[in-house]
Design a protein around this ligand. Structure first.
Ligand code: ATP
Length: 502
């Protein structure tokens, strides 16, 4: 993770928000290359799920909506996380991401250590030894296996257990409070009155904007069951513990689809179909198939209205974590809005000649998490020969050409030869009309290649003497294999089209 964060800052992908004021926890800014990568991910998603499908329509709803929407959806009353405070360190933890394990000395349980999700076992053992030292039992044997195997979520800790627990950042036991519900929606006030009637919320998900517009889209008359509505947009959550870089932030972006189906449809088969479609899409933008796994939520942990939820997990630098949630949400949301708004959410199904409130499958993906997954998968350190044939270390971002921030770099072999520069500039201007390409005339050619490797530009195009004196062909270099071949301009454009837009 440190390498990725370092490269992101150094090469202008991602900065901490408000950095000149020391940063602002949970917020990030995307620099010149970051905004390109981010836009490319969103465009690839929109293209594949909206433009290239006949059954999904797009939408862009407002961020602040009528507060009644959040009442109907259940967010006002129920969108919260269990919060635990440490009275000593003043740190806060999400109880469902905090665990505790028994400290057993010479076979006798003497207390507990608490640690956050993802803490390595060496650090947990170190903390347990602290408890041992405090108890003045330095010679006692610590049961290390129990620390690894016998962990419980802190939401389940009894008052007695809490009183014997050493918090993750505390120096003594009994500093952690009982979990209490912490509301995640950001509140604001709308209009000139500052009283409670003016309270509104920054949306914590884009999905409700889709449900609130479902009727408008059905009434526009272009859709028939099954169909989806897709939306990309910002969402805001006052996360208790934003961490792991852009993985969990307070302002982020979502790409969500509500896919409406008939109540009697085989939702299990459709859910499986959606999981496969989503996995294929992640692979199409360059994530390795073997780094994607499925986490099926156990039935007893599902919300009462939910029929099934499976998360697609990705192997992030901080562990295997949720990337894409794919939930079968029954007709719950539409029925809630039907009740609260008094407007019918029924659709007339031409095929079955019946009227009903449809059920829904919801694939919900974070833009920022996808970007972190893409950065993780692309980051690579390898060794390649330089101009003189000596092997050199390089950092290379192996982005898929579909989403790479810069698609190709154009280099005249020498910057002081106007004949080379002219041809190179002409080609640059031509390609620039279609793609984000880069022109670089300065420095040794090897060094120019290396700069592009580090930002993940998949193709290098060099204009050399053969171009101007012989046949007009250019050298096309592949970032990953470093292989070079000569191609004509027509071949070059056809190749780029296939690789970038295919
Ligand atoms: P978590 O359990 O990690 O808090 P969640 O299950 O509440 O996430 P959903 O409400 O299902 O997440 O949101 C759908 C998707 O939106 C997630 O799979 C993730 O990609 C993204 N997402 C959710 N919260 C955040 C966040 N705080 N920062 C970045 N992306 C997020």
């Amino acid at each position: 993770m440190e390498d990725i964060v370092g490269l992101c800052k150094r090469r202008g992908f991602i900065f901490a928000s408000s950095e000149i004021y020391g940063g602002y926890n949970g917020f990030y800014d995307y620099g010149p290359l970051g905004v390109e990568l981010r836009n490319n991910i969103k465009q690839a998603w929109w293209r594949d799920f909206v433009h290239r499908r006949d059954d999904i329509e797009g939408l862009d709803s407002s961020i602040i909506m009528h507060p009644k929407i959040w009442k109907a959806s259940g967010h006002v009353d129920g969108f919260s996380d269990p919060l635990v405070d440490c009275k000593e360190s003043k740190k806060r933890y999400r109880a469902d991401q905090l665990f505790f394990a028994p400290v057993i000395l010479d076979g006798e349980q003497v207390g507990y250590v608490a640690f956050v999700e993802g803490t390595d076992s060496a650090s947990i053992i170190k903390r347990a030894k602290k408890v041992r030292d405090h108890l003045d039992k330095k010679q006692a044997t610590l049961d290390e296996a129990a620390l690894g195997n016998d962990r419980t979520e802190f939401t389940e800790a009894t008052a007695e257990q809490r009183a014997q627990t050493l918090g993750p950042d505390a120096s003594k036991v009994d500093t952690l409070t009982a979990p209490r519900e912490f509301k995640l929606m950001f509140e604001t006030k709308v209009g000139p009155l500052a009283d409670d009637s003016a309270v509104a919320y920054l949306r914590p998900e884009t999905a409700q904007g889709i449900f609130a517009n479902y009727k408008n889209i059905v009434d526009t008359g272009r859709v028939k069951i099954p169909f989806g509505i897709a939306q990309i947009g910002k969402a805001f959550r006052n996360e208790i513990t934003p961490r792991n870089f852009i993985f969990r932030s307070r302002e982020f972006e979502q790409m969500e689809i509500e896919y409406f189906i008939a109540p009697e449809a085989d939702w299990q088969a459709l859910h499986r179909e959606w999981l496969d479609t989503c996995i294929d899409w992640l692979v199409s933008i360059g994530l390795p198939r073997e780094d994607i796994t499925e986490d099926v939520h156990p039935t007893e942990k599902l919300a009462f209205y939910s029929q099934a939820t499976t998360d697609l997990m990705f192997h992030f630098p901080h562990g295997e974590q949720e990337l894409w949630g794919i939930a079968c949400r029954s007709d719950y949301d539409l029925k809630q809005h039907q009740t609260h708004s008094g407007k019918s959410m029924e659709i007339f199904d031409e095929a079955s000649k019946s009227k009903y409130v449809p059920h829904v499958i919801e694939p919900s993906l974070g833009v920022d998490r996808t970007l972190l997954a893409v950065l993780t998968a692309a980051y690579c350190e390898d060794e390649v020969p330089n101009d003189k044939g000596q092997v050199e270390k390089r950092t290379v971002m192996k982005f898929s050409p579909k989403i790479a921030p810069v698609k190709a770099a154009i280099f005249p072999l020498l910057k002081n030869k106007p004949e080379l520069v002219d041809v190179a500039e002409k080609l640059y201007k031509k390609l620039q009309r279609r793609w984000n390409v880069f022109y670089d005339a300065s420095g040794a050619i090897g060094r120019r290649y290396r700069r592009q490797d580090e930002i993940g530009t998949p193709f290098g195009i060099t204009i050399d003497f053969d171009t101007i004196e012989k046949d007009g062909t250019v050298t096309l270099r592949d970032r990953d294999t470093c292989e070079q071949r000569r191609v004509t301009e027509a071949e070059l454009i056809e190749f780029l089209e296939e690789q970038i837009d295919g």
